[in-house]
Design a protein around this ligand. Structure first.
Ligand code: NAD
Length: 263
């Protein structure tokens, strides 16, 4: 028996990074998985990769979704009605815009775009998941929302809109966990540290100084890997974490516990 045998799971931002690694683990553990992303071609490439890695995967499907549009999110969740409803949703899609900066230089349209995807997208995903859980009479279900360590510690390399959005994800997830606890619906927030995924690495590019400015804060001396986040998501999705609710689940190699790193 896989750790997610028979569970119907949705992953947003599934085309790459943490999302795709999570889909691979979910499928390996016996889940039926709906991969969702704003990019259709990237989603199809992700599905092919997943099928080649997990040839005996159960049900797999894709759904192009912009998480900032409620109608899209509703259609994504209702896509699983014919599967028996959602058991697990990983609200993972997020952006960190190149023009996001400090209080003075962040353009308002970048602020609004970031909140629309990173915050409203998580709200819509949580809302329609709750409606699905109730419609299908689920007595236990798990929602995992991707926040970030920047919701916990301040950074002197600001992306103010992004940081504010991830703080909102933490606060929202905590409250959802309290409101729905008696229904058996768990909500936890994942807090990844900076990772080796395109979201950050494309932005850092070849700038060694910019890279070092971040790497020095890791006791381990390295960025995290997407798979290390996916392993945590698998735990939070599965019934193994049945008494874990409302947490800021930090997967950061010790970064947020650190004063001075080893030489
Ligand atoms: P990624 O860029 O590899 O993946 C993000 C995915 O989200 C992409 O496939 C993208 O197409 C999709 N997406 C973007 N806008 C969307 C929208 N409106 N609707 C649906 N999908 C959309 O990045 P990742 O590193 O795997 O990031 C996943 C999550 O982890 C994000 O929420 C990110 O903020 C968070 N995070 C990342 C890091 C890091 O260093 N990479 C650190 C902390 C938190």
């Amino acid at each position: 028996m896989g750790r997610l045998e028979g569970k119907n799971c949705i992953v947003t931002g599934a085309a790459g990074g943490i999302g795709l690694e999570t889909c691979i683990l979910f499928a390996r553990e016996g889940a039926n998985v709906l991969l969702s992303d704003i990019s259709g071609p990237a989603l199809e490439r992700a599905l092919e990769k997943l099928k080649s890695i997990v040839p005996d995967a159960k049900k797999l499907d894709t759904k192009v979704t912009d998480v900032s549009k409620e109608a899209d999110v509703q259609a994504m969740v209702e896509h699983l009605d014919s599967w028996g409803g959602v058991d697990v949703i990983f609200n993972n899609a997020g952006i960190m815009h190149a023009d996001d900066a400090d209080a003075v230089d962040t353009p308002e349209k970048i602020w609004d775009l970031t909140q629309a995807i990173n915050v409203k997208g998580v709200w819509f995903g949580s809302k329609h998941a709750v409606l699905s859980f109730r419609k299908h009479g689920k007595k236990k279900a798990s929602v995992i929302n991707t926040a970030s360590v920047v919701a916990l510690v301040g950074a002197a390399t600001p992306q103010l809109a992004y940081t504010a959005s991830k703080g909102a994800v933490l606060a929202m997830t905590r409250e959802l966990a309290m409101v729905h606890a008696r229904e058996g619906f768990r909500f936890n927030a994942l807090c990844p540290a900076p990772l080796n995924t395109p979201l950050l690495q494309d932005w850092l590019g070849d700038d060694a100084a910019k890279r070092h400015r971040r790497e020095v804060h890791f006791p381990t001396g390295r960025f995290g890997e997407a798979i290390e986040q996916a392993q945590a998501v698998l735990f939070l999705a599965s019934d193994e974490s049945s008494f874990v609710n409302g947490t800021d689940f930090v997967v950061d190699g010790g970064m947020t516990r650190c004063y001075v790193t080893p030489e």
